[in-house]
Design a protein around this ligand. Structure first.
Ligand SMILES: *[C@@H]1O[C@H](CO)[C@@H](O)[C@H](O)[C@H]1NC(C)=O
Ligand SMILES: *[C@@H]1O[C@H](CO)[C@@H](O)[C@H](O)[C@H]1NC(C)=O
Ligand SMILES: *[C@@H]1O[C@H](CO)[C@@H](O)[C@H](O)[C@H]1NC(C)=O
Ligand SMILES: *[C@@H]1O[C@H](CO)[C@@H](O)[C@H](O)[C@H]1NC(C)=O
Length: 425
């Protein structure tokens, strides 16, 4: 509020002396900064701040666009605007929007042009169902057409998120577009069947360039859930470790920041992104002896992200102890390395009772007490296709099957709304 008044006063000054180009320029900068989303966001110790210097916490949900069709889910049931309004109605300020590297690979294979959504639906769902689902998408979303490309759908989603003032964390979820994640899905680790490091950095750079024009974009992630390739003993032995991780994490960061210096970069740890302990503790990145060195990264841009799926937890102290040991203790500001740390995935069965369990209530109290950012998995009511099943019902989804209402209204009203409020207040 104080800043807004200062800008208004400054504007008056500039009008009074129109010959001062510098004053006019300063007003333009100040006005830009006083307007949502106040990017670029940056880190200061354990906080993310906006360009005005205000501490910002991200609270939101995951909206996948990385599965077989490689288009954000749900558009056969609701319009983009309706889905974004749902997120907004929860008070959330962030969407973690996921994509697959395969989408970018196909652009390169196709002479630099993305494929149409018509082709994408038919490719993933077959001629009959692909055509039928495409027609449902077009009926619900009159501003799309059969010749709209996948990236243009992402652009429309991004524009609507900006319109409703919701930040975007653009997440590289997987290489081959499909349901994620397992140790045998070919996407587990750099060098796995579909996970080519060169395609990956090329894809990160491409998306960093492309998404530069998205007003709502504040951040990009390097890669979702690095994990052991459990069906590839040689790759595990030679490469699945912190030392190799560090090499790739530096490459990925360079790939993004060479294209867009403004975005925050989210870094995931080993074992399905459940641990970043050596990064926070500044201990050896084994089997080598080098340590995480923040000077290897763009200044004030690195955020740590962790996932937690200890859904069977029955002791909140133990669960919170695990979170802290795995990296959240960086939020205390007392660890050798200090970063903002966010819980970018957690989730559970959406019904009348599961949310009352220790897992869900304990995470809610943890993130609100810490003012830690978080994104619940998952917004989706149903997927175009998941693991070969079309129109797959998502029992963990915030939305019901046809994305028309909450799947668990008691969770939304009994806990989720307060979790958002408690985090953002
Ligand atoms: C951000 O949070 C920190 C820690 O609570 C506080 O010291 C600082 O004043 C806050 N900054 C702003 C601009 O609110
Ligand atoms: C699409 O077009 C309609 C008007 O036909 C508009 O109301 C809506 O907000 C547009 N955008 C999205 C993202 O749905
Ligand atoms: C096509 O869609 C129908 C209706 O959802 C479904 O029953 C059928 O299994 C789908 N076909 C394939 C090949 O998945
Ligand atoms: C890398 O991208 C090229 C297209 O440029 C594609 O032909 C190739 O299959 C991709 N590699 C992997 C491992 O997916």
């Amino acid at each position: 509020m104080r800043l807004l008044l200062a800008v208004l006063a400054f504007t008056g000054l500039a009008i009074a002396s129109p010959t001062s180009n510098e004053a006019v320029l300063n007003v333009a900068v100040a006005e830009k900064r006083a307007a949502w989303p106040d990017t670029p966001h940056y880190t200061s110790g354990r906080w993310v701040r906006d360009a005005t210097g205000k501490n910002i916490t991200y609270a939101g949900t995951n909206w996948p666009g990385h599965a077989d069709v490689m288009i954000p889910e749900g558009l056969q049931y609701q319009s983009i605007a309706t889905i974004v309004s749902r997120v907004k109605s929860l008070g959330m300020n962030t969407v973690r929007l996921t994509y697959a590297i395969q989408m970018v690979d196909e652009i390169y294979s196709n002479g630099g042009n993305d494929i149409t959504i018509q082709k994408a639906f038919v490719q993933a769902l077959g001629q009959t169902n692909g055509t039928r689902v495409l027609n449902q998408v077009l009926a619900k979303n009159p501003n799309l057409s059969a010749t709209t490309t996948r990236l243009e759908v992402f652009d429309l989603v991004a524009a609507e998120l900006a319109k409703q003032q919701i930040y975007i964390l653009l997440d590289n979820h997987i290489s081959k577009g499909m349901w994620c994640c397992s140790g045998t899905d070919g996407n587990s680790w750099w060098g796995d069947t579909y996970f080519h490091a060169g395609n990956w950095t090329r894809g990160l750079t491409y998306m960093a360039n492309h998404a530069k024009k998205w007003t709502a974009l504040t951040s990009m992630s390097l890669r979702n859930e690095p994990r052991e390739p459990t069906n590839n003993a040689a790759l595990t032995r030679n490469s699945y470790n912190w030392q190799s991780w560090y090499t790739f994490v530096k490459q990925g960061t360079q790939a993004i920041s060479s294209a867009n210096r403004d975005v925050l970069i989210f870094i995931s740890g080993l074992n399905y992104d459940t641990t970043l302990t050596p990064v926070v503790q500044g201990t050896a990145l084994t089997p080598g002896s080098a340590k995480f060195n923040i000077a290897d990264f763009p200044a004030n841009k690195i955020v740590l992200e962790l996932h937690n799926y200890e859904t069977g937890a029955n002791n909140c102290n133990n669960l919170q102890g695990n979170l802290n040991r795995n990296g959240f203790n960086a939020l205390s500001g007392t660890t050798p390395n200090v970063f903002p740390v966010m819980l970018t995935e957690f989730g559970f069965q959406m019904d009348a009772t599961t949310w009352r369990n220790t897992y869900s209530t304990c995470l809610a109290s943890f993130v609100t007490a810490q003012k830690a950012g978080w994104m619940i998995w998952v917004l989706v009511g149903s997927y175009y296709i998941r693991s070969g099943t079309q129109d797959y019902d998502e029992g963990w989804g915030l939305m019901n099957h046809d994305w028309s209402d909450w799947r668990s209204p008691s969770y939304v009203n009994g806990l989720l709304l307060n979790m958002v409020k408690g985090t953002l207040n």
